[in-house]
Design a protein around this ligand. Structure first.
Ligand code: SAM
Length: 415
């Protein structure tokens, strides 16, 4: 380990807090702060132990480390999964002001949240080098009128030009410039059927034929992980041929997922404002009756603790109709934002999620997000193949950044 690191740098690389060092070395916290500020130095054996720990951590990080970028980041659902397998997020783009607030509150970063992706796809060199690209790009129709004419003319610009003006185009341009070892794109299940399948066919054509990636797709429902039926399509691409097999991944415990009761707050602890007003409840019931009479299945979804919820949407803040929680002797209520955080798996197994925005913004953010444990599952499955896919140069770059970034975070903390 480099002998010129300060105590503070070593402590960070060793992954210990000041309090932990104090307790392990039976020193007072104020003594450790003096070491931290370089006013005094610990005895040599303490320094050596920290060096060993730091070396161990750095080597472990080198084994799994890679750099990734988070495009159309929302509140960072994709990021959590790839951070969890040792990835370092080096660039984020999300233009919504409120999502940026939530993102920054939940990820302590040494890089800012950038705005419009298009500013970077125009000049992708502005994005730092990375190994894996993550993007939950918004789905937009492509204007592919005239394809056959262009086809007959030999399509000089390829299909990529048909996607111009769409956010997929911006994503593809960034992939084309940086040629990451892998990417994960996420979208609504309906992407496959969008514009009678043309949108999806164009996306696949660009990724496979024009960018030359080995691409696999799969629709996965979140039910095995959270009490919500949320189906999303995942598009995984590797730059080199890979043995990773998305379709063959065994989804854990299908059919025996958790029920809503596992994420609900006891009714008595839920503020009254989440109970529907009489006017809204009357309206929703009348609406359902009207549609049922017509033979349509539209209307609200009333659930109890033994149910699995419908898909939480970005418009949940409007009337909450897709997931209403039945309350004994009372009108139903909406889920609280905290319950949504659990329903989407942002808050799970001891992981805490901060909600620094209004209820309306929080509902929008969760309704737009991915279910985190699904991404964690995919990231874990992809991890060994990502490692294999990195070239020697990329591996070296990723590990040198580990050290560099640890120092970056350190500087931020000291300030
Ligand atoms: C489907 S959401 C992605 C959600 C994310 N995967 C998550 O877990 O929170 C798409 C996001 O793209 C953002 N967005 C749309 N157009 C954008 C643009 N031009 N530049 C940056 N972000 C954009 C939206 O604000 C939205 O948060």
């Amino acid at each position: 380990m480099a002998g010129d690191l300060s105590f503070s740098e070593l402590r960070q690389l060793a992954g210990l807090t000041i309090e932990e060092v104090a307790s392990e070395t039976q020193s007072s916290v104020s003594t450790v702060y003096r070491w931290e500020r370089g006013e005094t130095a610990p005895k040599a054996p303490i320094y050596r132990t920290l060096e060993m720990l730091a070396q161990f951590n750095t080597e472990a990080a080198e084994k799994t480390s890679f750099r990734f970028i988070d495009l159309f980041a929302g509140i960072g659902g994709l990021r959590i999964g790839f951070q969890g397998i040792g990835g370092h997020c080096v660039f984020t783009s999300e233009w919504d002001k409120y999502s940026q607030i939530t993102y920054q509150r939940n990820f302590r970063d040494n890089h800012p949240v950038n705005g419009d992706v298009r500013e970077f796809s125009e000049d992708p060199a502005k994005i730092p080098e990375f190994d894996v690209l993550l993007a939950g790009f918004p789905c937009q129709p492509f204007s592919i009128a005239g394809v056959s004419k262009k086809n007959s003319l030999g399509r000089p610009h390829g299909f990529l030009c048909d996607t111009q003006g769409t956010l997929f185009f911006d994503t593809a341009k960034i992939i084309a410039h940086h040629r990451p070892a892998a990417f994960l794109l996420e979208n609504v299940k309906n992407l496959e059927r969008h514009d009678q399948g043309r949108t999806f066919a164009t996306i696949m054509h660009v990724l496979q034929k024009e960018l030359g990636y080995h691409v696999q797709t799969r629709v996965i429902s979140s039910e095995p992980w959270v009490p919500q039926k949320r189906e999303r399509i995942f598009i995984v691409g590797f730059r080199e041929p890979t043995e990773f097999n998305l379709k063959a991944l065994e989804i854990p415990g299908s059919g025996s997922g958790p029920k809503l009761g596992s994420i609900l707050t006891p009714h008595v602890d839920v503020p009254e404002k989440y109970t529907l007003t009489p006017k809204l409840w009357d309206y929703l019931q009348a609406y359902k009756e009207k549609h049922e009479a017509k033979g349509n299945g539209f209307g609200f979804g009333l659930c109890g603790p033994n149910d699995v919820a419908r898909t939480l949407s970005a418009r949940y803040h409007k009337d909450g109709s897709e997931i209403l929680v039945a309350q004994p002797g009372k009108r139903p209520r909406r889920l609280t934002p905290k319950e949504c955080a659990r329903l989407m798996g942002f808050e799970k197994d001891g992981r805490e999620w901060h909600i620094p925005v209004s209820d309306t913004q929080a509902y929008r953010q969760f309704g737009n997000a991915v279910v985190v444990p699904v991404v964690e599952f995919l990231a874990q499955a992809m991890q060994p193949y990502i490692e294999k896919a990195l070239s020697k140069r990329e591996r070296e770059r990723a590990s040198s950044v580990t050290l560099h970034e640890a120092k970056g975070v350190l500087e931020l903390e000291i300030i």
